[in-house]
Design a binder for this molecule. Sequence first.
Ligand SMILES: [Zn+2]
Length: 245
Amino acid sequence: MSLAAHGGMRHFWVEGLLAIALTLCVVTAAYATTVFSPSAAPPEPTYAKVVAQVPPPPPPPEFQFGEPVPGHAVNSPFGLRKMSWEKHGRLHHGVDIAAPAGVKVVAVEDGVIVRSGSSPSYGRFVEVKHAGGLTSFYAHLGRIEKAARAGAPVSAGTVIGRIGSSGISTGPHLHFEIRRGETPLNPVAFMGREFATAEDLPLKSAAYYPKKVRVAQASRPPAGKRQTAVKTDGGRVMASLEVGG
Ligand SMILES: [Zn+2]
């Protein structure tokens, strides 16, 4: 073997080792690029964007009216009514709900009690002021709850009194009104219903009543049916207009 050939052989081995080393470097770099490079990371999952696009839940309705005597039906409606012992018909400003004496009477919506007391015709009564300029009125109560005093806040469902037959009444029942200002509204248009905003309140339709007078039957005239004195209390006629109401 000549020196030149020997040197050539050595050169071959060096080149071979360099080639292997270079290959290892390239493979390692390629591997690193594949696994760790951010540019090769899997695409961001899309569910994050979908969640962001779900609209927020709608706000709860501003008005949620319950029933003043849950589980008991209206048995005398809102509208023109003539009692059997009366000469002429007149507006029944609310609805009557018959129930046994002592049954709970509850506020139909959140509010503040503005009046509670007694009148010759309505008997024991409670009046509650609500949002939207509305008031609710509960009459002929057998008892007013101690906490149901003027100025006390109430929630829908708060017990304010008990069914009775106080005032001029033919038997145990609640006389229940809803008004906006002095305008009486048909309580049935509100009871058990909810309204998103004050603009959704059925103020026009609930003020309507048929012009025909309905003759109401009562088993016996109330003891105070001859009462004629008229007193007003805060704009509300407190006697003689609610005979038998
Ligand atoms: Zn009535």
